[in-house]
Design a protein around this ligand. Sequence first.
Ligand code: NAP
Length: 246
Amino acid sequence: MTTPANATRIALVTGANKGIGYEIARGLAKQGMTVILGCRDQGRGEQAAARLTKEGHEVRPVTLDVTRPETIASAASEIDSSYGKLDVLVNNAGIAMEWQSKPSNVPLASVRQVYETNLFGVIALTQAMVPLLLRSPAARVVNVSSSLGSLCLTSDPNSELSKFLALAYNSSKSALNAVTVQFANEFRGTSMKVNAVCPGYVATDLNNNSGPRTPEQGAQIAIRMATLPEDGPTCGYFDDNGRVPW
Ligand SMILES: NC(=O)c1ccc[n+]([C@@H]2O[C@H](COP(=O)([O-])OP(=O)(O)OC[C@H]3O[C@@H](n4cnc5c(N)ncnc54)[C@H](OP(=O)(O)O)[C@@H]3O)[C@@H](O)[C@H]2O)c1
């Protein structure tokens, strides 16, 4: 089974101006998709678009802060008027504020702030894009989660991940996994597939560039799930090595 020709496919990647999101956008554009770079800062979006255009890719920046409903609405209407549909949505934008703080000390305001981007932003944007995704013959939604959202792995005292405390970030990604399941179940049996991915530990600004992997390596699993063939999975949680336990 094959996906429809990528040449006509339209993708939206959030947080596409740097890090893993930039490389996801680049990878999808390399496959011939037209990629809309969702960036919360217009200038940073334009700079990223200029770099990718210089490489010969078909990209276009759109101002999109997933915590600002008015930017979500204007992005949806811009995509509708320009393309009339959306084939790929990659919910990549994410923040972390409290690496290795004790959960008992993390201010509730920080938890709310992280959830606004990592969770509520994904729900709001996905809901806004559903009408456009339903006009695609093969819609793919990819939620960029983390193995730190895996309850199975982080609750195992023998796992290194259990030592990694981040109340807001980790729980926001667990909730994002649950949200992935909800949307996947709503559209099960249709041509839309919804999956969560973990890019691995990647050197980006999110972690003060401490990870051993490059953003390009981290982008590969999202690119794979964004280009799944018709017989590919939905309602899954994947990294480069296969399924991640929820
Ligand atoms: N790096 C890792 O090891 C790792 C591991 C597992 C999962 N992840 C996930 O991978 C995704 C990408 O992270 P990254 O490592 O590439 O981090 P990054 O380099 O810090 O990039 C994050 C991106 O998200 C954007 N962003 C933040 N808040 C936003 C908002 N409210 N609306 C729209 N865009 C927003 C940022 O825009 P600005 O430039 O304007 O700030 C930036 O483009 C995140 O979901 C993260 O949780 C990363």
